[in-house]
Design a protein around this ligand. Structure first.
Ligand code: ARG
Length: 479
């Protein structure tokens, strides 16, 4: 604790109280192990465990007397335990330091956060897969440079996000696995002179491993960076989706109507339906990036082992986890409840210039080198545009002025033929996308089970519960 000086500077209780359940679980496992190893009397361990359980109840009920002068969650709980059970409380900190204690709490928190994110990611993937299944025949323009490029299926577009979120899930699985290392027994940093059974503590707390190096265990926070990094990348994906929903729901595009719950009116302009939830998702991405850079910067150049700088990992981690959890929920619900205007999408994808590539492919299929075909169709497009016409308005005779290779098949080119022509693995042809949507539905379910199995134990249940919660929330909104 800090000595006399400016008050509150070292205090973290305002935010680290969130770790109370992890802190208490760790203390209970530690006390039981100390008794089992004969380090402290069993009767004292029993008092400690009973007292800690009472404290857990007090905190959950909002009746715990948090004291900022005790600085952090660890000291608050330990002092309260002393008030409850007297001197026996002093045995809890045998063979332990706040350094390995906080390293434990943060790993427990990080692993649960990964479980929660994984559940939401798989729930969102389920919603995307269902939307892809339900919008099999909706075509929309695919864009590059935000200019209309080639027609694609809406389902294909949605499944692009399905893929991104699948990689995000892999990152959270890996982050959870890397945090799966039980640090207690590291003491302040050198290890412990007591005959500890670290493996039994690890097993009781649901860890698969104990940390291999006490100095590493108390001083690194790379597992925090892993979660922050996975969160930042996932937020980047959500911000792109948010941006697309902003665009698609605008009058300029008019492709979707977002549900009422995620739009707001303007205080001045009565006609407005502002896509606030999509915009806030886009905007909150900045926090996730900031948190990642903040913790990387805090860790940079720290000498081994523990330094108080490490206390700065918490607000960043909590904020990124909260932000992403909210945004996953909101984005999933926006997709699940949006109304698609298929006619507007199809009309936009049928606009003349969209088929220019197909015209060039038509010539290439008849023997012309593609580069040359590209040049000819560019010229046709330019001339047609100059005359206020679309390339698709030109007759075969008009086209043949540019190349004799045009034949009547060119007149059959349209949105559907263009889409179906992209019949490669990963392409937008209707049979390909129908198969991809079927696979996605299966994969959303098997991915959930893979993540649950990878995390194992109680975390597996948390993965499934988070996924079910997200789907329930979406159906509560009428999805
Ligand atoms: N509140 C501290 C943190 O978050 C706990 C560890 C304090 N350890 C110490 N030696 N001062 O890092």
């Amino acid at each position: 604790m800090a000595g006399a000086g400016p008050p509150d500077f070292t205090v973290s209780i305002g935010y680290d109280r969130r770790l109370y359940e992890h802190d208490i679980s760790g203390s209970i496992a530690h006390a039981r192990m100390l008794a089992a190893q004969g380090v402290i009397p069993a009767a004292d361990a029993d008092r400690i465990v009973a007292g800690l359980k009472e404290i857990r109840g007090e905190i959950a009920a909002g009746e715990f007397p948090w004291r900022p002068e005790l600085e952090d969650v660890h000291m608050n709980i330990e002092r309260r335990l002393a008030e409850k059970i007297g001197d026996a409380a002093g045995r809890l900190h045998t063979a332990r330091s706040r350094n390995d204690q906080v390293a434990l709490d943060m790993r427990l928190y990080a692993r649960e956060a990964c479980a929660r994110m994984l559940g939401r990611l798989h729930g969102f993937r389920e919603i995307l897969a269902r939307a892809a299944r339900d919008h099999q025949d909706a075509a929309l323009p695919g864009y590059t440079h935000l200019q209309r490029g080639q027609p694609v299926l809406l389902a294909h577009h949605l499944l692009a996000y399905f893929e991104m979120l699948g990689r995000d899930a892999e990152r959270f699985e890996q982050a959870a696995l890397r945090a799966d290392s039980m640090p207690l027994g590291s003491g302040a940093m050198a290890g412990s002179p007591y005959p500890l059974d670290r493996r039994s503590v690890a097993a009781e707390l649901g860890f698969g491993r104990v940390s291999a190096n006490s100095m590493d265990a108390v001083s690194d926070r790379d597992f925090v960076v892993d979660v922050l990094s996975a969160s930042a990348i996932c937020m980047m994906h959500l911000s792109r989706l948010g941006e697309e929903l902003v665009l698609w729901s605008s009058d300029e595009f008019g492709f979707v109507r977002l549900a009422d719950w995620c739009t707001t009116g303007s205080s001045m302009m009565p006609q407005k339906r502002n896509p606030d939830c999509a915009e806030l998702t886009r905007g909150r991405t900045g926090r996730a990036y900031g948190n990642l850079v903040a913790v990387l910067t805090t860790l940079k150049g720290l000498p081994l082992t523990y330094n108080r700088d490490l206390q700065e990992d918490k607000e960043a981690l909590f904020d990124s986890v909260d932000t992403l959890a909210d945004c996953l929920e909101v984005c999933a619900a926006m997709v699940a409840t949006m109304t698609v205007d298929r006619d507007a999408m199809r009309a936009a994808s049928a606009s003349g210039p969209m088929l220019a590539t197909d015209y060039a492919d038509h010539l290439a299929a008849r023997g012309m080198p593609f580069r040359q075909a590209h040049g000819i169709v560019a010229a046709i497009s330019r001339d047609a545009e100059g005359a206020g016409r679309a390339i698709t308005d030109l007759s075969l005779d008009e086209l043949r002025v540019y190349s004799e290779l045009f034949d009547e098949d060119v007149l059959g080119l349209g949105v559907d033929s263009s889409i179906d022509a992209r019949d490669v693995e990963g392409g937008t042809a209707r049979p390909r996308v129908a198969a991809a949507a079927r696979d996605a539905l299966g994969e959303a379910a098997s991915g959930l089970e893979r993540s649950a199995a990878a995390l194992g134990g109680a975390l597996a249940g948390q993965v499934r519960a988070a996924r079910d919660g997200l789907l329930e929330m979406a159906s509560g909104l009428g999805a």
